[in-house]
Design a protein around this ligand. Structure first.
Ligand code: AHG
Ligand code: MN
Ligand code: MN
Length: 284
């Protein structure tokens, strides 16, 4: 089917970008002097990754639109699927040489789109090893990226039965009362330990690996949280749900959140279904 070939071509192109992005990082830790549409200072690395990925995707037939965390407007690439990208997630981790990622949401619809319109989603994790987790339909595959090529290492990846980690973003005094109560409940669970690295992709990959929950919740100062729906919340929700977990904005699956704007923010909570159920019992 044309779309499936296009989805695989997109995943191949993003995998091929990974070594070039990794190689480009050392010289691009400086701020570019520009801000992104979310009002955040951009690093030279954010801009490099955005331009590289856009150029490579523009060469693929079957992609109609490219959208990115770094660009105010959608780039028209003809007709076909829409791709929403966070070129470098957690770029504030670059200076301290910590994990970062690239996130891709592939929609069979015009943007901004509902997560239910996703036909594929993936993230690259720039960790000690460069890996990709990709969901196409109802299953997740983990790849090691070697010289820009995807090598499957685990198919049908699912969260472990027993969760063991949690990681919550935002400042504790800025959490809502309901989320604070949830956090206290999780912290008091002796089977769970804190793992928070400051880049969503690194934190989410730990949840896929060990089971648990990652959240960047609604804050008193930011009722919609920090993370963006189109290229952070939806693709990550799609991947975690395909791995047998759950996602929520506090009340419903992230994939059911109404799309209103390309850079709209959404509270993000993803992980083991029971822990998300307990969250919604508190926040819903
Ligand atoms: P990005 O670098 O793409 O803007 O993403 C950063 C996000 C996400 O990766 C992480 O979970 C969150 O910002 C961390 O936010 P704080 O710095 O407020 O903890
Ligand atoms: Mn991000
Ligand atoms: Mn980013």
């Amino acid at each position: 089917m044309a779309d499936e070939r296009t989805v695989e071509a997109i995943l191949d192109a993003v995998a091929a970008c990974a070594p070039e992005i990794r190689t480009a990082l050392p010289g691009r830790r400086v701020e570019s002097g520009e801000t992104n549409p979310s009002g955040e200072l951009r690093l030279a690395a954010d801009e490099y990754a955005d331009e590289l990925i856009q150029d490579r995707l523009a060469e693929i037939d079957g992609i109609g639109a490219y959208a990115s965390e770094e660009d105010e407007e959608i780039v028209d690439l003809g007709t076909g699927l829409s791709v929403a990208v966070d070129p470098l997630d957690g770029s504030s981790n670059l200076k301290p040489n910590n994990t970062m990622g690239t996130i891709v949401g592939i929609y069979d619809a015009a943007l901004p789109a509902s997560g239910r319109e996703l036909v594929g989603a993936a993230y690259v994790l720039y960790g000690p090893i460069t890996t990709m987790a990709a969901a196409v339909g109802a299953s997740v595959t983990e790849y090691v990226i070697r010289e820009g090529e995807r090598e499957a290492v685990e198919e049908g990846l699912t969260l472990p039965e027993e969760p063991s980690i949690y990681g919550f973003g935002g400042r504790v005094p800025d959490w809502t009362d309901a989320f604070t109560e949830y956090a206290r409940e999780i912290e008091s669970d002796e089977s769970l330990r804190l793992r928070y690295g400051g880049a969503m992709i690194g934190d989410v990959n730990q949840v896929l690996t060990y089971g648990g929950v990652f959240a960047y919740p609604a804050l008193e100062s930011a009722p919609n949280g920090k993370l963006r729906l189109q290229y952070e919340g939806n693709p990550i929700g799609y991947i975690v749900e395909a791995a047998g977990g759950a996602s929520s904005d506090g009340e419903r699956s992230l994939l059911d959140v109404e799309p209103t704007a390309l850079h709209q923010r959404v509270p993000v909570h993803v992980g083991s279904s029971d822990l998300i159920d307990r969250l919604e019992a508190r926040l819903g």
